[in-house]
Design a protein around this ligand. Structure first.
Ligand code: NOJ
Length: 545
């Protein structure tokens, strides 16, 4: 719920923004690298004081050292070793070898001029066998090193507890996310993280993109454990209509149990904040028809409100209940109490906008005409024309205004709960990604970030309580089923030598962060997060959108 105090803060910062931009526009100049990069005139000073700016990575995508120093096998270790699961049969065994090169990487992070860095903790490195074995002291040491070295450099650790990788033992013993037993395992793991690292970590995200994970792992079968049924795919086991609902239910309850524990035992002592990270695509109606407008709402409900409605309001969105009926699990009164309001902030991963087309009255294929997909077809094309600029991934299009729109939707539906853009990034289309020199001269990535940052600044100007922006990614890394061919990094990673080289975008980001900033770097987050609204969790009411 937005307090008067928050609204006042926003209004004051808007005023501040207006006065300052007027001065800056007339006097300062932005040190862009070329005229091309000047197109979107976005400045650090367009963002509120205390804003976190950083880059993101995740454990499996960068660490490597997959069975070293006591780490157990994860679901991804096992999945990637099955031939045919990953492009070119690549895997994260070595990845960027961040486990051994973390000091060099943290220097890179520092050299960018960021004040925050988001990374995730490998569950199997801390608990090789989940709750069924010992804590791995070398794993604790590794993340202590990362956290301490970040803080030494004046950089806030923003920690994701779970980013797609679970100990394989949990999968083998009881079926991982499909079994309610995982709730106990997740809380056990989270408690170790709070206990060992919580004195220094002020920002916790419980789970990264549960919606996308469940979709890939249990509808399409392309992420471990590779479950699906027809017409979605031809897996050896699974039920695409039911399993995703159970897995999500367990993820949401795991999240809220961990939040409950954090609030009860650690939050006051450590003074941190806890939230979740969602994959938040924006949708536009394919046609002007009312049915396609309704399809937009269903696409949002089945992909985004699915996760956020329970965590804010205590139940699944009515749009889903209406279509899925009793297939959609129910929260008991006790669970409802636990889950409602179990967020201090919402982490938004935003990459793209798609068209939404109604499938209740027109023909659709690929399972989009089924209840589990909300009877919505989502596509990047209208009459053969793409909705935005192309990237290296088929469903990622460059539509900067989508950032402003999705932030506005979340702001309105969830009463302007504090938000962080925890990921936003660009990977170039194939034809541009063959030559190293082209990859290093990544003007398109710079344009992408400038345009998305400008859209984000507009959303903030319109009152959205957004408190940070993280670029995916610090460096090129393992892009799940696509292997290493998709490069999102500000740093280029040579796959032979694993040397890191700054791309042009890394230099641009540094100049963006360090030039023309009116914010006092030393007090960057302290003041901003004194806002008590972060800790306010009762009284959230669903807003009409
Ligand atoms: C979101 C995921 O969190 C991250 O793991 C992935 O690499 C990026 N999207 C890019 O696809």
């Amino acid at each position: 719920m937005v307090t008067v105090e928050t609204k006042m803060t926003i209004t004051t910062s808007q005023l501040f923004f207006l006065v300052f931009t007027a001065i800056l526009f007339s006097s300062a100049h932005f040190s862009a690298q070329s005229s091309n990069e000047d197109e979107e005139d976005v400045k650090k000073s367009h963002f509120p004081d205390g804003f976190l700016s950083g880059t993101s990575t995740s454990s499996y995508q960068v660490e490597g050292a997959f069975l070293e120093d006591g780490k157990g096998a994860s679901n991804w270790d096992v999945f990637c070793h099955v031939p045919g699961n990953i492009m070119n049969n690549e895997n994260g065994d070595v990845a960027d070898d961040h486990y051994h090169r973390y000091l060099e990487d943290l220097e890179i992070v520092q050299s960018l001029g960021v004040n925050a860095y988001r990374f995730s903790i490998s569950w199997a490195r801390i608990l090789p066998r989940g709750r069924f074995g010992e804590i791995n002291p070398r794993g604790i040491m590794f993340y202590n090193e990362i956290i301490d070295n970040l803080l030494l450099r004046g950089i806030q650790p923003f920690v994701t507890i779970h980013h797609h990788d679970i100990p394989q033992e949990l999968e083998d013993r009881y079926g991982g996310w499909l079994n309610p037993l995982i709730q106990k395992d997740f809380v056990y793991f989270a408690e170790i993280c709070f206990e060992k690292f919580g004195d220094r970590v002020k920002f916790w995200a419980t789970i990264n993109e549960p919606g996308l994970f469940v979709n890939r792992a249990y509808i399409w079968g392309t992420y471990p454990p590779g479950h699906c049924s027809k017409p979605f795919g031809n897996c050896s086991s699974g039920n695409s209509d039911i399993e995703p609902l159970s897995a999500m239910h367990n993820m949401l309850l795991s999240h809220s149990m961990a939040v409950h524990l954090y609030r009860k035992q650690y939050q006051m002592k450590h003074g941190g904040f806890i939230g979740i990270v969602v994959n938040a695509l924006m949708y536009e109606p394919l046609t002007d028809e009312e049915l396609d407008r309704q399809a937009v709402n269903r696409a949002l409900a089945f992909n985004l409100y699915w996760i956020l409605d329970p965590l804010v309001f205590g139940d699944y969105p009515p749009e889903m209940r209406h279509i899925l009926g009793s297939e959609l699990p129910r929260f008991s009164p006790r669970e409802r109490k636990l889950i409602e309001g179990s967020l201090d902030f919402i982490g938004i991963n935003h990459y793209s906008t798609l068209y939404a087309k109604d499938c209740t009255h027109s023909a659709c294929t690929d399972g989009e005409d089924r209840p589990i997909q909300g009877f919505v077809n989502t596509t990047g094309y209208r009459d053969g024309v793409a909705i935005g600029g192309l990237t290296g991934l088929p469903r990622f299009f460059v539509v900067p205004e989508g950032m402003e729109k999705i932030i506005d939707y979340v702001k309105k539906r969830y009463n302007n709960k504090p938000m962080f853009v925890t990921e936003n990034g660009f990977t170039p289309p194939k034809q541009q990604s063959e030559q190293v020199q082209d990859l290093l001269e990544d003007i398109d990535r710079i344009k992408f970030h400038k345009a998305y940052l400008a859209a984000l600044a507009r959303a903030i100007r319109n009152g959205a309580d957004v408190r940070g922006y993280f670029i995916w990614s610090l460096m090129d890394n393992f892009e799940w089923v696509h292997g290493y061919k998709k490069r999102f990094g500000l740093y280029y990673v040579d796959r032979q030598t694993l040397n890191r080289t700054p791309k042009r975008s890394a230099r641009w980001f540094t100049s963006f962060l360090t030039n023309n900033s009116h914010s006092n770097k030393d007090k960057f987050w302290r003041d901003s997060f004194r806002n008590k609204d972060m800790l306010k969790r009762s009284g959230d009411k669903k807003a009409d959108i």
